[in-house]
Design a protein around this ligand. Structure first.
Ligand SMILES: C[C@H](O)CC(=O)SCCNC(=O)CCNC(=O)[C@H](O)C(C)(C)COP(=O)(O)OP(=O)(O)OC[C@H]1O[C@@H](n2cnc3c(N)ncnc32)[C@H](O)[C@@H]1OP(=O)(O)O
Length: 746
C-alpha cells in the first residue's frame, strides 16, 4: 500500500491473553503500516492456539491519536493509493475483531481519538484511565469518522450524545466516558493492563457480557425520536456552519445506519469518507492542522544566521544561530510580573494563573490595582458560571495572583509583561526601571500592538532580552500569541516565551518587529477597503453581510463597532504615519465619533444597539457617509453600488492578501503558513478555507494580481499590487512560495 511508519507488537502472557500494542510515536497514529500490521497481528492472535483472548493498547501511555493525518495529503495528491473502501471498518474491525471467537478488550490511556477510538469501539469492551481522552474529532479535518465510528458511537452512547461529540469534535474524559457507556470501567494507569486482561478472560468465561458494538441497540432512541434529533441537528448545523457540507453528510450517514442497519451505515460511511477526503474543505483543514503545529518550529534562516554570526564576532560571545533547531531548552519560568491591570493586563494575568504561574500585578495606585484584580476575578467567575470551574478552584487559582504598587516584589521574577497604554516615553521609562529592579535573567516583554520594540528598549542595555508578547483581547480567551522578536532578541528568550505560550494553551507565532506586526498589518486594509467602497456607494450592511457569508465572524463595520472608534482611529494613525502611500484616508469614522457615535460601548456606531447588544442597521449613517464622501472629493460609482457578494469579498480581501505578501516579503513572517494561522486565530478567517494565503493560492496569484491592477487604475494606489505579488503572478507561482531567505528580518 505505502511505505509509512509504525507497527504493532504481540506479546502473550501465561494467562493466554495476547497484548497487541500500537507503536508509532509521538501519538501512535494509524498509518497504513500500523493498520496492515494490526490486521496481521490480529489474524495471528486469532489463529494461535495458545491465545485465548486479546487486549489492544498503545505504547507509552497513548492508545492512538487516530488515522495518520499526514497520509491525507499523500492520498489527495495521488502519491499514495487509498485502501479500498471498508478495508478498516469491515475487513479489520467488523469482520476480524468484532466477529472473532476470541474476545478483545481495549486498554485506553492518554488519547483515543478518531480512528483510535474507532479501533477501541470495535473491541468487545473498553477499560480506560480517568485522564484518557476519547473522541471523534474528524469533522475538524473536513471528513467524517471513517473506521466505523458513525455507527459504533451512537450504539454505545445514544444518538443525541454521539451527534454532539462528532459535530463539536470535543472529546470526553474517562469518568464521563464511563457514565455514557463508552467505556466499561475506569482504573488507574498502573492497573490498566491487568484489569483489561482479566476482563477479556471474564468475557470468555461468561462472567462479563460479550458485546458486539455494531449489533447493540439498547442505547438507540426510538425511530420517531431519532428522526427529530436528526432534523434538529441539521437545522442547527445549517445555521452554525452554513458553508460546510461535511457535517450534514455525517448526519446522513448516522441516520442511514439507524434506519437501515449498521452494515448499510458502514457502507455509506466508507463511500462518504472517500468523497470528503478529496474536498477543498478537507485539504484546507489538513493544511491548517499542520500549519498550526508548525508555528513553533522557528528554524534557521540565512539572514538571521549572518546577523548572529556577525554579532558573535563583534561580541566574542558564543551565540548560536537559529531558534528551535539549536537544541536550546526552555528555562523554567515560575513567576511573572504584569504591568498594568487594564483589560489586556488582567486578561494576560488570568491566562497565566489558569496555567499555574505565580503572577504579580502592578498598578500605579490602589484603585486601579483593585480594578485589575476584580477583572481577573470576573474572568474566572465567568468560567464558574459556565460550569468549567468550581468556586473552590477559583479561590485557589486567584491565590496565585498578588497585587503590587512598587517594584519590591520584582527581584525574583523570571518574566515581566508590560501592558500599559500605548505611549512611547512611558514604556521607555518602564523598561529602564525594569532593568534596575528585575534580575539579569528576567525576560522583558511588551504587549504593545503597534510600537517598535527597539524604541521601547532604546534606554536600556538589555535589548537581547526584550521581546514582544502580543496578546489579543480578551487575552484569556483568544488563542493567538504573536511573539515579536527584534534583531537583538536572543534565541533563548524566544524559546522561553514559546514554551510559556504553549503552556498557557496559546498558539504562538513568531514574527519580526514592525508597525502592527503580522495580524494588525493584515487587519488594516480590511477596514480600509470597506471605507473606500462605502464612500463610492457600496452599502455598509451589504459589505458586512457578504463578508459574514464568506465565513468571517463579522464584517469590517461590525468589527469597528466592537473594538470602538477610539482604538480604530489610534491604530489607523500609526498606519497613516508609517505607510502613507497605501493608506486610504477617510473621515467617516472621525465624523461619527465627533457625534458621539463611537461603536458598541456608546450603543451607536455603524449599527445601533439595544439593551441586549443586538445590532440593528441605522439609515442615519447615510448623512455621515455623504459628508465623508464630500471631504474625500469622490463620487458614487454606479458599478460599486451593485457589486455581487463575490466582488465585495474580493475587494475587501485581496488588499489584505496584498498586505500579507508585503509582510512575507519583508521577512516579518518567515512562512506563509504562519500567516494562515495568524489570519485564522487573530482575525477569525475561516479555518475551512485553510488560512488567508492558502485561500489566495486556491484562486491563483495571476487572478488576484489582475483584479488588483484593474481596481488600482479606477480607485487608486490602495489596490496596487506589491512587487512580491506581481512577481509571483508574472511567474504563475503560488504566493506561499518560500521567499528569498537572505531577506528575512527574523
Ligand atoms: C478514518 C478516521 O476516522 C480518520 C481519523 O482518525 S482523522 C484523525 C483524528 N485524530 C485527530 O484529529 C487528532 C489530531 N491530533 C490532535 O488533536 C493533537 O495532536 C493531539 C490531541 C493528539 C495531541 O496534542 P498535543 O499533545 O498538543 O501535541 P501536537 O503538537 O498537537 O501533536 C504532536 C505531534 O503529533 C502529530 N500528530 C498528532 N496527531 C496526529 C495524527 N492523527 N496523525 C499524524 N500526526 C499526528 C502532530 O502533527 C505533532 O507532530 P510534530 O511534533 O511533528 O509537530
Amino acid at each position: 500500500m505505502n511505505s509509512s511508519k509504525g507497527r504493532t507488537t504481540l506479546e502473550v502472557g501465561t494467562d493466554g491473553v495476547a497484548i497487541i500494542t500500537i507503536i508509532n510515536p509521538p501519538v501512535n497514529s494509524l498509518s497504513f503500516d500500523v493498520l496492515n500490521s494490526l490486521k496481521e497481528t490480529y489474524e495471528q492472535a486469532v489463529r494461535r492456539d495458545d491465545i485465548k483472548a486479546i487486549v489492544v493498547t498503545g505504547a507509552k501511555g497513548k492508545f492512538s491519536g487516530g488515522f495518520d493525518i499526514s497520509a491525507f495529503g499523500k492520498i489527495q495528491n495521488g502519491t499514495v493509493q487509498a485502501p479500498k473502501p471498508g478495508f478498516v471498518s469491515f475487513e479489520i474491525l467488523c469482520d476480524l475483531v468484532a466477529a472473532s471467537k476470541k474476545p478483545s478488550v481495549a486498554a485506553i490511556d492518554g488519547l483515543a481519538l478518531g480512528g483510535g477510538l474507532e479501533v477501541a469501539m470495535g473491541c468487545h469492551a473498553r477499560i480506560s484511565t480517568p485522564n484518557a481522552q476519547l473522541g471523534l474529532p474528524e469533522l475538524q479535518l473536513g471528513v467524517l469518522p471513517g473506521f466505523g465510528g458513525t455507527q459504533a458511537l451512537p450504539r454505545l452512547v445514544g444518538i443525541a450524545k454521539a451527534l454532539e461529540m462528532m459535530l463539536t469534535s470535543k472529546p470526553v474524559k474517562g469518568e464521563e466516558a464511563l457514565r455514557l457507556g463508552l467505556v466499561d470501567a475506569v482504573v488507574s494507569p498502573n492497573e490498566l493492563l491487568n484489569t483489561a486482561r482479566r476482563w477479556a478472560l471474564d468475557i470468555l468465561e461468561g462472567k462479563k457480557p460479550w458485546v458486539i458494538t455494531y449489533y447493540k441497540t439498547d442505547k438507540l432512541e426510538p425511530l420517531g425520536e431519532a428522526k427529530e434529533m436528526f432534523k434538529f441537528a441539521r437545522a442547527q448545523t445549517r445555521r452554525q456552519a452554513p458553508n460546510l457540507k461535511h457535517p450534514l453528510v455525517c448526519i446522513d450517514v448516522v441516520e442511514e445506519g439507524i434506519v437501515s442497519g449498521a452494515r448499510n451505515g458502514l457502507w455509506k460511511e466508507a463511500e462518504a469518507f472517500q468523497g470528503l477526503l478529496h474536498s477543498d474543505t478537507c485539504k484546507s483543514l489538513v493544511h491548517f492542522f499542520f500549519a498550526q503545529r508548525g508555528t513553533t518550529k522557528v528554524e534557521y534562516s540565512y539572514g538571521f544566521f549572518i546577523r548572529i554570526l556577525t554579532r558573535v564576532l563583534e561580541e566574542t560571545r558564543s551565540l548560536v544561530p537559529g531558534v528551535t533547531d539549536l537544541g536550546l531548552k526552555p528555562r523554567q519560568i515560575k513567576k511573572v510580573a504584569i504591568l498594568g491591570g487594564g483589560l489586556m493586563g488582567s486578561g494576560i494575568a488570568t491566562a497565566l494563573i489558569l496555567s499555574n504561574y505565580s503572577v504579580v500585578l502592578k498598578e500605579v495606585n490602589d484603585k486601579f490595582l483593585q480594578g485589575g484584580i476584580s477583572r481577573v476575578r470576573a474572568n474566572l467567575q465567568s468560567r464558574v458560571k459556565k460550569g468549567q470551574m468550581s468556586q473552590d478552584k477559583l479561590e485557589k487559582t486567584l491565590s496565585l495572583l498578588k497585587g503590587a504598587l512598587d517594584y519590591d516584589s520584582f527581584k525574583d521574577v523570571d518574566m515581566v509583561i508590560e501592558a500599559v497604554i500605548e505611549n512611547v516615553s512611558l514604556k521607555q521609562q518602564i523598561f529602564s526601571d525594569l532593568e534596575k529592579f528585575c534580575p539579569p535573567h528576567c525576560i522583558l516583554a511588551s504587549n504593545t500592538s503597534t510600537i517598535d520594540l527597539n524604541l521601547i528598549g532604546e534606554k536600556t542595555r538589555s535589548q537581547d532580552r526584550i521581546i514582544g508578547a502580543h496578546f489579543f483581547s480578551p487575552a484569556h480567551i483568544m488563542p493567538l500569541l504573536e511573539i515579536v522578536r527584534t534583531q537583538k532578541t536572543s534565541p533563548q528568550v524566544i524559546i522561553d516565551l514559546l514554551d510559556v505560550g504553549k503552556k498557557i494553551r496559546k498558539t504562538p507565532v513568531v514574527v519580526g518587529n514592525c508597525t502592527g506586526f503580522a495580524v494588525n498589518r493584515m487587519f488594516f486594509p480590511y477596514t480600509q477597503a470597506g471605507l473606500l467602497l462605502v464612500e463610492r456607494g457600496t452599502d455598509v450592511y451589504q459589505i458586512d453581510r457578504a463578508i459574514t457569508k464568506f465565513g468571517m465572524p463579522m464584517g469590517p463595520f461590525r468589527l469597528c463597532d466592537l473594538v470602538g472608534f477610539g482604538v480604530a482611529i489610534a491604530t489607523g494613525g500609526q498606519f497613516v504615519l508609517n505607510f502613507p502611500e497605501r493608506t486610504y484616508k477617510s473621515m467617516l469614522i472621525p465624523l461619527m465619533q465627533d457625534d458621539k457615535r463611537a461603536g458598541e460601548t456608546t450603543r451607536r456606531g455603524f449599527y445601533v444597539y439595544d439593551e441586549k447588544r443586538k445590532a440593528k442597521p441605522d439609515p442615519e449613517i447615510q448623512k455621515y457617509i455623504e459628508k465623508a464622501r464630500e471631504m474625500s472629493g469622490v463620487s458614487i460609482d454606479p458599478k460599486l453600488t451593485k457589486l455581487s457578494d463575490k466582488d465585495i469579498t474580493e475587494m475587501i480581501f485581496f488588499p489584505v492578501v496584498n498586505e500579507a505578501c508585503r509582510v512575507l516579503a519583508e521577512g516579518i513572517a518567515v512562512k506563509a503558513a504562519d500567516l494562515d494561522v495568524s489570519a485564522v486565530m487573530g482575525m477569525g478567517f475561516p479555518p475551512y478555507r485553510g488560512g488567508l494565503l492558502f485561500w489566495a493560492d486556491s484562486l491563483g496569484s495571476k487572478y488576484i494580481c489582475s483584479r488588483l491592477e484593474e481596481w488600482s487604475k479606477s480607485y487608486g494606489g490602495f489596490f496596487k499590487p506589491c512587487s512580491y505579488l506581481a512577481d509571483r503572478a508574472a511567474k504563475g507561482a503560488p504566493l506561499s512560495l518560500t521567499m528569498d531567505p537572505a531577506k528575512a528580518r527574523l
